[in-house]
Design a protein around this ligand. Structure first.
Ligand code: SF4
Length: 195
């Protein structure tokens, strides 16, 4: 059984696949406690793999994003295999503190070790690296400049304060312009006011 927070159909809002229709399988629970976390971990339904696949198959897209919470605490190779058998391509969004099944198609690594304790990254590569940017942890960004990834994104932190968010986004733009290895990732789902 898997602790599922919600399963929903929307557009991927962030990173390389922004704009792509995706079914999101959000798991409840995380080993970290980031101040900016926007997952309500109290919401949780225990679902088996067949039920998850059945819910995913209700939607037309072939793209599934496993997110959280921290999906690496729960996701295993048999679940990925069943989703593959249903014709789906599988992406995962992880904080990188746990190893992953090796049959996942796309890994988005979003390290949190610049923000909280006990968040050491054990993954050695990813398809994309996406760092939350709050303007004050730039040394953490420098540490990941040589990471084995194809795409490097800075994503402005949503503080819930409009003025503060504006300043953080401006600083993120400046950082990307000065360090063009990094591209800006906006949470387009929030701009579009979609889920
Ligand atoms: S790693 Fe992600 S899910 Fe876990 S507490 Fe931090 S923001 Fe929330």
């Amino acid at each position: 059984m898997y602790p599922v927070n919600e399963i929903f159909y929307s557009l991927q809002g962030e990173g390389r696949w922004a704009g792509r229709p995706a079914v999101f399988v959000r798991f409840s629970g995380c080993n970290l406690r980031c101040a900016f976390c926007d997952t309500d971990h109290r919401l949780c339904e225990e679902m088996d793999a067949q039920s998850i696949v059945g819910e995913v198959e209700r939607h037309a897209t072939d793209f599934v994003v496993l997110t959280g919470g921290e999906p690496s605490l729960y996701v295993d190779a048999p679940l990925i295999e069943m989703l593959h058998d249903a014709g789906k391509s599988i992406a995962i969004e992880t904080n990188g503190t746990h190893m992953l099944p090796d049959n996942i198609d796309w890994i988005t690594l979003s390290p949190k070790d610049g923000y909280v304790d006990n968040a050491e990254v054990v993954l050695e590569c990813a398809n994309e690296l996406k760092l939350v940017f709050d303007g004050t942890h730039t040394e953490a960004i420098g540490r990941y400049a040589d990471f084995d990834a194809e795409y490097f994104y800075l994503q402005p932190c949503d503080t819930g304060n409009v003025e503060r968010n504006r300043a953080i986004t401006a600083a993120a733009v400046d950082y990307c312009l000065e360090h063009p290895q990094w591209s800006l990732s906006l949470q387009q789902q929030k701009i579009l006011n979609i889920k």
